[in-house]
Design a protein around this ligand. Structure first.
Ligand code: ACO
Length: 319
């Protein structure tokens, strides 16, 4: 070995580049994470390996996980525990390590009995390019999807900034699942939380009248399925569900990013347009707070978002 072989840069890899995620069905689709800092630290770098590749694969139906770490050389001392760190974010005793044939055998067996959530959890269905998709709502504690959530939740860390794992024992968390009906593949999911909304002493004294704010926490369409309209369908399914639910007063979103804001604006504006709300917005900008508040509550949109939408509609009406 020469002196150059001991330079730290040679032994340092970007964790975002080294981690390769695959979704496997008849073929495998591979993609990279956007964030790995929750797993490998703020610098998103891994020390102690050369030519490091971390394969993290999932069967696209059961999401049975597979991990295989490869490298051409490793340091004997001081190297990061690549595999151990990743495993600490995956369900214990569920991951198949290195033995690909065993993994394939495991998920094929699981697929034989794998079922979508029960029919009473179904909240919406749609067709896209001739394929049927369905949205289901389950509690995080629901046994029918608990295992799937344990396996899939790492996608929130890898694709949503500042995401963290939710408390799987708190029944106030609900998950909205989007599945391909024909292939039983999970296309995306949304974690949501119902926050108690104090609306005055009259309703406080009547438990059957308790009101909630519905909060969208983590919203994700898995990378191979993005940009096809699924996110828009899923968001609309959630919103329609909450509009019908009398206990929900408004829909809020936790830390939306730019892409989500864009999707949300488009769908909220479309809903308001279809409800002929555009015609009710004055051109001259003279709107009272009472008018804004009563319409906001009618459409269950949070304050800041509703004000933005009204501004956009005014600009549209004046153009
Ligand atoms: N063909 C081509 N393009 C289409 C089609 C179609 N049939 N349908 C929609 N599109 C376009 C839309 O017009 C839109 O284009 P634009 O971005 O130029 O406006 C784009 O595709 C995205 O719309 P959808 O397909 O409905 O959205 P998608 O399914 O990709 O979901 C989302 C969007 C949720 C942001 C997804 O990209 C994602 O999960 N990203 C990673 C995680 C993430 O960032 N989540 C949000 C974090 S914030 C939070 O969680 C609260």
């Amino acid at each position: 070995m020469s002196i150059a072989d001991f330079q730290p840069a040679i032994w340092t890899s970007s964790s975002n580049s080294a981690l390769k995620i695959s979704l496997v069905s008849d073929n495998a689709i591979q993609f990279s994470p956007v964030f790995t800092y929750p797993i490998y630290g703020d610098s998103e770098q891994i020390y102690g390996y050369q030519d490091l590749v971390i394969h993290l694969a999932f069967d696209s139906v059961t999401f049975k996980p597979f991990v295989n770490v490869k490298y051409s050389a490793k340091l004997d001392e001081g190297r990061d525990d690549v595999e151990g760190r990743l495993l600490s974010f995956l369900p214990k005793d569920d991951v198949v390590l290195k033995d690909e044939a065993k993994w394939v055998d495991c998920f094929q067996k699981e697929q034989e009995t794998y079922k979508l959530p029960p029919q009473d959890c179904l909240i919406d269905e749609y067709l896209l390019d001739g394929e049927a998709f369905a949205v289901y709502r389950t509690k995080v504690t629901d046994p029918s999807t608990k295992e799937l959530h344990r396996r899939i939740q790492i996608f929130s860390l890898l694709f949503i900034e500042a995401a963290s794992y939710i408390d799987q024992d708190d029944p106030n968390w609900e998950i909205f699942w989007l599945f391909s009906k024909d292939h039983k593949q999970c296309i995306g999911y949304v974690t949501t939380y119902k926050l108690w909304h104090y609306t005055g002493s009259a309703s406080f004294d009547q438990p059957e009248n308790i009101k909630y704010r519905a909060r969208i926490s983590q919203f994700i369409i898995l990378p191979p399925y993005q940009g096809k309209g699924h996110g828009s369908h899923l968001y609309e399914a959630l919103f329609s569900h909450w509009i019908k639910d009398d206990s929900v007063t408004e829909v809020t979103v936790e830390d939306p990013n730019e892409n989500f804001d864009d999707l949300r604006d488009r769908k909220d504006l479309q809903r308001l347009y279809e409800n002929r709300f555009f015609n009710q917005v004055a051109k001259d900008g003279e709107v009272s707070q009472e008018w804004i508040e009563s319409n906001r509550m009618r459409y269950k949109i949070e304050k800041r978002q509703f004000n933005r939408l009204v501004e956009m509609i005014m600009m549209h009406n004046n153009s």
